[in-house]
Write a protein that binds this ligand. Structure first.
Ligand code: HSE
Length: 297
């Protein structure tokens, strides 16, 4: 039996739509072993699909197929701490769990690069799957077949504080609201900021982050789908966040905060409750530099 620990991820990081993502210290756990049938259960009270639609199983089956093998069955026990459909990479965590577990069961025939590519093909974009596997901040370009990526470990005095609402937003819906075309000016607006984000994060020029997270490709459209979002941003800036952005496809809003700003999370929760936004949970996280871990149990 293998035990897999997979981190939550925050994608886009403002302007880096479908290209930038980082791993967070917030984990799902999956216990996995080969079995002659499907035996899937939740190890907590979170409901998961227990049949062939299960994403961990489907991803494991894909990896077996790539290796010319048939997966007859699978025993899975899932602990789902990462909330679903909230922009924190819960689907990617399932995909990575399935791939890493299946690869281990077959004796590690695929390389890390292979897993990054396969995960992006399953998910359609690499900005959650790659950091979920690799950890750190990952810059990734998916050319349709292969992912060209760089992982950078981040050791900063920054906290990532997630404001997670009590409603879901499906990625398909949050992608369907985006424009099919954008202007040259907007493209330049975004690419310059995406580049500024990683450079500023990695060199400690945090005063740039507020400018770097602005974008014209997705956040203005998605904001309309997230009631309370604007107010959450305003409150985060009032309490001294360096930057705030919609995490992945939303609806979670992520604030980047200095570790010296000790009571940010408490102040945030108090202000949200006072503003009638009591359904928003506040969770203080940091960057995970390890990525997915698998152990024998
Ligand atoms: N880059 C993706 C998006 C992340 O924004 O739609 C969500 O899966």
């Amino acid at each position: 039996m293998y035990r897999i620990q997979i981190p939550a991820t925050s994608a886009n990081l403002g302007a880096g739509f479908d290209a930038l993502g980082l791993a967070l210290t917030y984990y799902n756990y999956v216990e996995m072993e080969e079995c002659d049938r499907l035996d899937i259960a939740s190890a907590d009270d979170i409901e998961v699909p227990c049949d062939e639609r299960n994403l961990i199983y489907l991803s494991a089956k894909d990896l077996y197929a790539v290796c010319g093998r048939k997966l007859e069955g699978l025993k899975l026990r899932q602990t789902n701490n990462i909330p679903m459909a909230r922009g924190l990479g819960s689907s990617s965590a399932c995909i990575i769990a399935g791939l890493v577990g299946a690869n281990k069961m077959l004796g590690d025939p695929l390389t890390k690069d292979d897993l990054v590519d396969l995960a992006a093909q399953i998910e359609g974009h690499p900005d959650n799957t790659a950091p979920a596997l690799l950890g750190g901040i990952v810059t990734a370009v998916f050319d349709g077949r292969k992912v060209h990526w760089v992982k950078q470990e981040v050791y900063t005095k920054l906290k990532f504080v997630a404001m997670i609402p009590d409603f879901e937003l499906k990625t398909e819906e949050a992608r369907a609201c985006l424009p099919k075309e954008v202007s040259h000016k907007d493209a330049v607006y975004n690419l310059s900021r995406a580049a500024l984000f990683s450079a500023s994060l990695l060199t400690g020029k945090f005063e740039n982050l507020r400018t770097a997270v602005h974008d014209k490709l997705h956040q203005p459209y998605r904001m309309e789908l997230i009631p309370g979002c604007r107010e959450v941003f305003d409150i985060a800036y009032t309490h001294g966040a360096y930057a705030g952005y919609i995490s992945g496809a939303g609806p979670t809003v992520m604030a980047i905060v200095d570790e010296e700003n000790k009571f940010f999370a408490g102040k945030m929760k108090f202000s949200l409750d006072n503003a009638g936004l009591g359904g928003w949970q506040v969770k203080e996280l940091a960057i995970d530099n390890e990525g997915t871990l698998i152990t024998d149990v």
